[in-house]
Design a protein around this ligand. Structure first.
Ligand SMILES: Cc1ncc(COP(=O)(O)O)c(C=O)c1O
Length: 557
């Protein structure tokens, strides 16, 4: 949008501009579909005016359009099933994005599971009446109590995050007389979403277990982009421990052909099984086959495979459900997911090659982007999951593996565009800048305590005057909060009508994810209520905190 356009934009025009791309889960949507501007220039949600909602429920206020959440949840579940039409798909809603009992019911009724990662999230999901078999437990530092609750309730997956965890989960499951379903979170060396890919295969971060040993050259994975030349001889390769093989080498010498130079890593060698399923003794093994063998060897030597073996060895107490990868947040297309998925398929292939175990499910995590400001991209789920599905299928075909069940964990994509925060305007202060321009600081009655993302990540938002049409003329504005931090910014730069004044209502869209769940009591601010709006009306979903809530925690005399 040009400066000229920005200056002459009125509230209604701005809303219409965003409405033009707004339609349920369509890319680029920044307002819930049922947002409109009435004849008086007021912003409405399912026909309820912004000012009316603040009058009834107080300010500031988180709005969540529950119809929109339901539409988006169904959309994602359907898109995954259609893209992976020959596989089972599971979609879990990442509860860290936003959690309430009602949202848990809406997403599970829409076919989703729910991801939790703390006792609080687990208890809210269970309190919603959702059975454990629809829930997932994540966490890099799970307590025994969290693991025990997940095992008792029969959670669909407990995601193992470190090498010692299988033993802990197995012991707890054993004590409870249950078998726990576990998945292993793997760091595949792909990081996406606001950062460049990190090409080192060993990531310096707290989550998951590395796919390959530290210091492995990520170039070893290059073969995954050129699998067309892999011959059946390589895709049927089995990896054997050398010492074990030495004992029966003579018995099997005529059945399996071990080629010179195929000795890979300490204590291991790759064998081309010439009997199963075809006699390939006449075939030559090519350079791509060797490159694949090298990649499989790096994976076979990596920490993740060792943990998978440990889980498999504890099969009486643990059921290995799958492997998991989460690569980042707010990712616009499938490219990085495809790279991560290929590495996960390589791990699955390698585990089959070493232990003849086929991991049933691969979870590709969350991180699907939404647009926060007009003109920004959001991930086109239908198109991008289609590309991902094709890549997953191709890599498995080349590796001679059946496609796994595939699962996803979107959070932001489901709830962010369904949320709008409403604030009352307080101080309006023009600040003259060194370059001769003026920026007007428009203070609102919330800020970093209800939306930490601008302060934490420099996240961009936009805002509209929501209670009246406002002047035709606009001014460069910065919407800031009421907290004792100069970084307490809600919207860094936005054109607002130049007659904005105390008592007006501002609406900030796309606040449905990581707003309420990251809210704090900084400066003893009270966390706002969450109001659900839908065709059926408006109702309090999570009540506003009160001063009594704060004082109830302060128990000293
Ligand atoms: C393991 C895992 N899954 C899913 C998500 C959800 O990500 P998003 O809300 O960006 O889709 C996260 C976010 O941090 C995560 O850590």
């Amino acid at each position: 949008m040009s400066d000229e356009q920005e200056r002459t934009q009125t509230t209604a025009e701005a809303a219409e501009a965003t409405n033009a791309t707004r339609n349920g889960a369509r890319p680029g949507a920044i307002w819930p579909e049922a947002t409109a501007v009435n004849a008086d220039g007021e912003l409405t949600f399912h026909g309820r005016t912004a000012a009316g909602l603040l009058d009834e429920f107080g300010s500031p206020l988180y709005l969540i359009d529950t119809d929109e959440v339901r539409d988006r949840a169904r959309h994602f579940v359907r898109a995954a099933a259609q893209a992976f039409s020959n596989s089972t798909t599971h979609v879990s809603f990442a509860g860290k994005a936003f959690l309430s009992k009602e949202i848990v019911r809406i997403v599970t009724e829409s076919g989703m599971y729910v991801d939790t990662c703390t006792m609080g999230e687990m208890r809210i999901a269970l309190a919603a009446g959702v059975p454990g078999r629809r829930l997932v437990l994540h966490g890099n530092n799970k307590s025994d109590a969290e693991i025990a609750l997940a095992v008792e309730q029969g959670f669909a997956k407990i995601v193992v995050d470190e090498p010692d965890e299988p033993a802990r989960i197995a012991a707890i499951a054993h004590r409870l007389g249950k078998r726990a379903r576990v998945m292993l979170r793997v760091t595949a060396g792909i990081h996406a979403g606001g950062h460049e890919y990190i090409s080192t295969a060993h990531e310096d971060q707290k989550f998951g277990v590395p796919l390959v040993p530290a210091g492995t050259d990520a170039a070893v994975f290059g073969v995954l982009d050129h699998l067309d030349d892999v011959t059946p001889a390589a895709s049927n390769a089995r990896m054997a421990e050398r010492r074990a093989d030495a004992a029966n080498a003579t018995d099997t010498a005529d059945a399996e052909k071990t080629r010179p130079g195929d000795h890979l890593g300490e204590g291991r060698e790759l064998r081309y099984d010439v009997r199963y399923p075809y006699d390939l003794s006449h075939e030559e093994v090519g350079p791509t086959d060797r490159a694949l063998a090298e990649a499989m060897t790096a994976v076979a030597d990596g920490p993740a495979l060792a943990v998978l073996k440990d889980i498999a060895a504890r099969h009486e107490d643990l059921e290995l459900v799958g492997i998991h990868s989460h690569i980042g947040s707010n990712i616009h297309d499938a490219d990085a997911f495809i790279q991560a998925a290929k590495r996960m398929m390589l791990l699955r292939k390698t585990f089959y090659a070493t232990d003849a175990i086929t991991v049933p499910e691969v979870d590709l995590g969350g991180g699907y982007s939404v647009a926060y400001v007009p003109g920004e991209d959001s991930m086109d789920i239908d198109a991008e999951l289609g590309r991902l599905a094709a890549a997953v299928h191709d890599v498995n075909r080349a590796l001679g593996m059946p496609d796994p069940a595939v699962s996803f964990e979107p959070g932001r994509w489901i709830v962010a565009p369904a949320g709008v925060t409403l604030y009352r305007v307080g101080t309006v202060k023009p600040v003259h800048l060194a370059d001769g321009t003026t920026r007007t600081y428009v203070s609102v009655d919330g800020g970093m305590s209800d939306n930490i993302r601008p302060a934490l990540y420099g996240a961009d938002y936009t805002a509209l005057l929501a209670n009246r049409r406002g002047s035709e003329r606009t001014m460069l504005s910065r919407v800031c909060g009421m907290h004792c931090e100069s970084g307490d910014i809600v919207v860094r730069n936005v054109q607002l009508p130049d007659d904005i004044r105390r008592g007006d209502v501002l609406a900030v869209p796309v606040t449905g994810a990581y707003g309420r769940t990251m809210a704090s009591n900084y400066n003893q601010a009270l966390i706002p209520a969450v109001v659900g709006v839908s065709e059926a009306g408006a109702h309090v979903m999570i009540r506003r905190q009160t001063i009594d809530d704060l004082l109830a925690l302060d128990v000293s005399d």
